[in-house]
Design a protein around this ligand. Structure first.
Ligand code: ADP
Ligand code: GLC
Length: 492
């Protein structure tokens, strides 16, 4: 066997320390899967104020004031803490780049009070990116590959190709840049560029300039050795359409031969109805009747009355435009005419929260809502619902549709990005796992829901669909192997 690789996985969120969405799930489970393949992989993330020192046994590896990071004319200091992700056999070390000034606050990207993005997010992630590279030097740990994720890490490839290009320490280091969501690009005024310390030659349309501003995402796309994104369909969408490419489709098209779509996996230990301790009754494909105990518990949680024959449609979501919530709003009254219950767990934009709140008030016996973040309710929704709704406008991968399959909860999804790649429509194959619609139109969504509700009446057919879904294997191993192969092609 060839020599194991050294990989540093750089991310702005990682479970169980800090999470706003699927990036945190991936940042924990992909490195573990790569480690299980025999490679040495470590993670670097910012040390946010919300990460508990005691709970995670966080310790210092590099003491205060040891690393100086220039931010424009100023010098800032970083220290480095560490902890481990240790919930499986593959224990992965996490380095936290710390600065009270930049990361000592509770929010991740935005203030928890005002909900506004922090005004110094440019400096925070310049500091983080450079801090990561300086940390490696200080530790003397030389990765073969630095695997960067989303805009917050986009400057790392740019630094390596410019001011660190003559540094012997980084001479053989290659970069992978993974797009988890192209809509969040980290675009800042031209003045932010001065703070990076990058040469002026980088501030051009061929570099990281984006219509007179600087774009962290574009830096990652332009300077990385390879680009990946989290499904094959999304890889195609973002380079062929302006709607999905968000202004960067041209840049991505240019790098087509360096772009790879690798679908995310899911953590089969955390999301397993056979062993899940957060649900009411555990079950598998041979005991799917036990799902009804979870259905009961779920309805109780939402103060809704239980009746076995009435299907529950569940949803867990960031409440943002991406998730197709405007479609749900438009069909809500038509949808709720059917004999169903609807439950939602979500946090995000006020306009959507207001809508779901009023939907619940109008139909208190049919609609349950919980605003906030809760792992426990998320697991209960997966276990207790009959159907899972995910009508996304775009979806780079999506994890909840895969969690749903595993829990025998049939997804109703829009055929886009990872939803297209992971769900097989019931009408198009006997091995179908869910209900898909193509056009981003309210009536198409309603049709898909009605198709599902009709099928639900035939419980034998329905159980077959549930079992088809439960038999799918979305464990990380297959995708981790694809990443490892990709790393290997970079390292000669
Ligand atoms: P995205 O990253 O775009 O939000 P994904 O489907 O990839 O979408 O991942 C979302 C992750 O966040 C899932 O693990 C989901 O269960 C979780 N999640 C989203 N909202 C909540 C919430 N309000 N409470 C608990 N978990 C949530
Ligand atoms: C992003 C995407 C989501 C994807 C996740 C993890 O948050 O919105 O589709 O599953 O990243 O890659």
């Amino acid at each position: 066997m060839s020599k194991p690789l050294n990989v540093l996985f750089v991310t702005s969120e990682v479970e169980p320390f800090v999470k706003t969405g699927g990036l945190a799930d991936v940042s924990a489970s992909l490195p573990q899967a790569i480690k299980e393949l025999g490679h040495e992989i470590r993670i670097a993330a910012p040390r946010y104020g919300s990460i508990s020192e005691r709970k995670f046994k966080i310790h210092d590896v590099i003491r205060l004031k040891e690393i100086e990071i220039p931010i424009g004319e100023q010098k800032k200091v970083a220290n480095v803490n560490s902890s481990f992700i240790a919930n499986t056999k593959a224990k992965v070390q996490v380095y936290f780049i710390a600065s009270k000034e930049y990361f000592g606050r509770h929010g991740i990207y935005a203030s928890q009070e005002t909900k506004k993005d922090y005004a110094d997010n440019d400096e925070r992630f310049i500091f983080f990116s450079r801090g990561v590279l300086e940390t490696l030097k200080r530790l003397g740990w030389q990765p073969d590959v630095i695997h960067c994720n989303d805009w917050q890490t986009g400057l790392i490839p740019a630094y390596l190709k410019t001011i660190y290009s003559n540094d012997p320490f980084f001479k053989n280091v290659k970069t992978v840049f993974t797009i988890h969501n192209l809509a969040y690009q980290g675009v800042f005024p031209a003045a932010s560029f001065k703070k990076t310390g990058l040469p002026d030659s980088a501030f051009t349309p061929e570099g990281l300039e984006f219509y007179g501003k600087m774009s962290f995402m574009k830096a990652g796309l332009v300077y990385s050795d390879v680009i990946t994104t989290v499904s094959e369909k999304y890889a195609e969408e973002i380079r062929t359409s302006a709607e999905y490419g968000c202004g960067l489709e041209g840049v991505i098209q240019k790098r087509k031969s360096h772009l790879h779509g690798i679908v995310n996996g899911i953590d089969h230990e955390i999301w397993n109805p056979q062993t899940d301790t957060l649900i009411a009754t555990r079950y598998d494909s041979h005991s799917i009747e036990s799902k009804s105990e979870n259905k009961k518990a779920l309805l109780k949680k939402f103060n809704l009355e239980f009746k076995e024959s009435i299907p529950i449609i569940g949803m867990i979501s960031r409440l943002v435009d991406q998730k197709g919530l405007d479609l749900i709003e438009r069909i809500s009254e038509d949808m709720i005419k059917a004999d169903i219950k609807f439950v939602l767990l979500g946090a995000g934009e006020k306009q959507y929260q207001d809508f779901f709140e009023s939907f619940h008030k109008k139909h208190p016996s049919k609609v349950g809502v919980y605003f906030g973040y809760s792992d426990e309710i998320a697991h209960l929704i997966e276990a207790g619902s009959d159907m899972y709704l995910m009508p996304s406008k775009y979806e780079p991968c999506g994890l909840n549709q895969m969690y749903s399959l595993r829990y025998g909860t049939v997804p109703i999804v829009r055929a886009t990005g990872g939803l297209e790649d992971t769900i097989v429509d019931v009408d198009s194959a006997t091995s179908g796992t869910g209900f898909k619609f193509k056009k981003y139109e309210a009536k198409e969504l309603l049709k898909a829901i009605h198709r599902a509700l009709k099928m639900y009446q035939d419980q034998n057919a329905w159980k077959k669909i549930m079992r088809n879904g439960m038999a799918q294997d979305f464990s990380w191993e297959t995708s981790a192997k694809k990443y490892a192969t990709l790393y290997r092609t970079l390292v000669k």
